[in-house]
Design a protein around this ligand. Structure first.
Ligand code: IPD
Ligand code: CA
Ligand code: CA
Length: 262
């Protein structure tokens, strides 16, 4: 693995949290049948994973800032660099004993994501990227977005807002426009892995509304470094600022974006 010192540190932190989460995940699978359910247990697993990542990263780089889903934001002595962490992306899957969740760690420098790690611990797939150095899977596999050129061959991913979220009707309308034009749509419950799968050419595109920076910061760099495109969901908006985005391969992007934007 030819990454920078920061990337190696991020990978070390992700593996440390993964050991703890994988152990907890086995327990969750057992708790499915209990009447109390695994809810509180998962909250603790999530918090412990963030604690481990934070300890690893902040001990090595004490001047960097921090943004983590569980512990919020802390300014650093170095205002130009910040870790952006989701210790468990795909909580609902984890809670239901489904092995599709990830640890997402990004490093931001002067407002731009420069290093990214998305680790699918259950399948031992480490997706990583550094600005200008491409996107990679595990030790040595370079990944690229898909080469598909026809919507009808494309498989797309999204997150469907749950329960009473106000963006649900808009997503259902997107689905009504997109589904008749393509080979399939998946809603797998982990935004960071959805983006990693676009980077790896597994999904041909992805869109979602109302994301938090920790959900997609790392995945965004993976897609860009794999040769893909990312834009804000509304034309002319910025994905990082709005938290609503469309990502995909270059050949399909304009048709895909037109379909989603309606
Ligand atoms: C969620 C997942 C999901 C996406 C949601 C996120 P969490 O993150 O990424 O795929 O649709 O918008 O909040 O809660 O599992 O960390
Ligand atoms: Ca998340
Ligand atoms: Ca999370």
């Amino acid at each position: 693995m030819q990454g920078s010192a920061n990337l190696n540190l991020m990978i070390k932190a992700a593996r440390r949290a993964a050991r703890s989460l994988v152990k907890d995940f086995r327990e969750v699978e057992n708790l499915q049948v209990s009447t109390k359910g695994p809810g509180d247990f998962v909250t603790k697993a999530d918090q412990e994973a963030e604690r481990l990542i934070r300890e690893e990263l902040m001990t090595a780089r004490p001047t960097y800032g921090w943004l983590g889903e569980e512990t919020g934001s802390t300014a650093g002595a170095d205002p130009t660099r910040r870790w952006i962490v989701d210790p468990l992306d795909g909580t609902t899957n984890f809670l239901h004993g489904m092995p599709h969740w990830a640890i997402s760690i990004a490093l931001e420098h002067k407002g731009e994501i420069v290093s990214a790690v998305v680790y699918d611990a259950a399948k031992d797939e480490m997706f990583w990227a550094e600005k200008g150095s491409g996107a990679w899977l595990n030790d040595s596999r370079r990944i690229r977005v898909s080469g598909r050129r026809h919507m009808i061959e494309g498989v797309f991913a999204t997150g469907v807002p749950f329960a009473a979220k106000k963006t649900l009707p808009a997503t259902l309308q997107d689905l009504a426009r997109l589904m008749p034009t393509c080979a399939g749509v998946r809603r797998w419950g982990s935004a960071s892995l959805d983006l990693a799968y676009v980077a790896a050419g597994r999904f041909d595109g992805y869109w979602e509304r109302e994301l938090n920076l920790w959900d997609f910061a790392a995945g965004l760099l993976l897609v860009k470094e794999a040769g893909g495109m990312v834009e804000g969901l509304r034309e002319g908006t910025d994905a990082m600022e709005s938290g609503a985005m469309i990502a995909g391969n270059e050949a399909l992007f304009s048709t895909f974006a037109k379909t989603i934007r309606g």
